[in-house]
Design a protein around this ligand. Structure first.
Ligand code: ATP
Length: 296
């Protein structure tokens, strides 16, 4: 496992102490080969989950601008059967969304049984950008940590497997990626002056994230901090964590599918038997009618 997983509330995290670069013991070539194997496995697991319809998956992707949320979604969702996958991006809330509680726009996109939904940004923006930019009074955003914990707990109780990823890039790597967008015409469409403005508040965002990890981590909805300076490693780490979270369910999904198969088979047998009996009684009734006809 190549990520830092925080599965306990109260855990103090100092992001500056967590690597943003891949571990030394893995090459790009090995990582890409592992990714391909996991890609096949996750497709198979997703298929079992889809059929069994007992669980769903929610993947939350957060990170500083340019951290690669879109790229991770493209690669990981690219391994899945599009039937049963949803991607939802959360931007600046609309007027209608602001007139509701902050979870209103989020909850309606929670995955149905059998489905996997990936969130590009999420309800966490309401304790990140909202906090850093003072968009609501502190007393209001402070309350939200508890609401988020309860919300994710409820999803878990409804058999949603909740996986939250923070794509951890260094400030230097972010600068490089932002400058690349200026120098590469193919990437220029991504230019957004707001990214440079947000960058000025880098430390405030890192602190806000650290508080999120401390307050909103649990066994049932852990945070995974992924070194994201290398895209090939980021993709592998997210996919590997995803597959490892699904593997324990393989057996119960298979059992459920077996039960469904047995039930379907029993119903079919019963139907065939009734058809046989029906055909027999129809045949007999026809014969009697014929006899009657002849008698008439
Ligand atoms: P991204 O930077 O995620 O690739 P983008 O630049 O295309 O996306 P949008 O998806 O339109 O932009 O919106 C993202 C912006 O919306 C981010 O700046 C984010 O901080 C902001 N945002 C998201 N949720 C909220 C929220 N609850 N309140 C205020 N701003 C929010």
């Amino acid at each position: 496992m190549y990520v830092t997983t925080i599965a306990e509330k109260g855990t103090k995290v100092h992001l500056a102490d967590i690597a943003t670069t891949p571990p030394k013991d893995i090459s790009r070539e090995d990582a890409e080969a592992m990714f391909e194997r996991l890609c096949v496995e996750v497709f198979e697991l997703q298929d079992l989950m889809w059929g069994a319809r007992t669980h769903s998956v929610l993947i939350v992707l957060q990170g500083m601008d340019t951290a690669g949320k879109d790229g991770a979604i493209k690669h990981v969702a690219g391994c899945l059967n599009p039937r049963g996958v949803g991607v939802v991006s959360f931007g600046v809330p609309t007027k209608e969304e602001l007139e509701h509680d902050f979870l209103w726009r989020v909850h309606r996109h929670a995955p149905r049984k059998g489905e996997t939904t990936l969130f590009n940004r999420s309800h966490y923006e309401d304790v990140l950008v909202v906090r850093v930019n003072n968009l609501v009074p502190e007393s209001l955003w402070r309350e939200r940590y508890g609401h988020i914990r309860d919300f994710e707990e409820m999803l878990f109780e409804h058999n949603t497997i909740v996986l939250k990823f923070f794509l951890h890039i260094s400030k230097g790597e972010q600068e490089k990626r932002l400058l690349d967008r200026e120098s590469d015409p193919a990437k220029a469409w991504k230019l957004n002056v707001g990214d440079w403005k947000t960058r000025e508040k880098w430390n405030d965002f890192q602190e806000a994230y650290e508080e999120v990890f401390r307050r909103c981590s649990s066994e049932r909805a852990p945070w995974h901090i992924v070194p994201a300076d290398s895209k090939w490693f980021r993709n592998l780490a997210v996919l590997q964590t995803f597959v490892e979270a699904l593997r324990p369910y393989r057996k119960i999904w298979r059992q459920k599918l077996d039960q469904m198969g047995e039930k379907g088979m029993a119903e079919l047998k019963e139907y065939r038997a009734s058809q046989g009996a029906g055909a027999h009684s129809q045949h007999t009734a026809g014969a009697h009618a014929g006899e009657r006809g002849r008698q008439d």
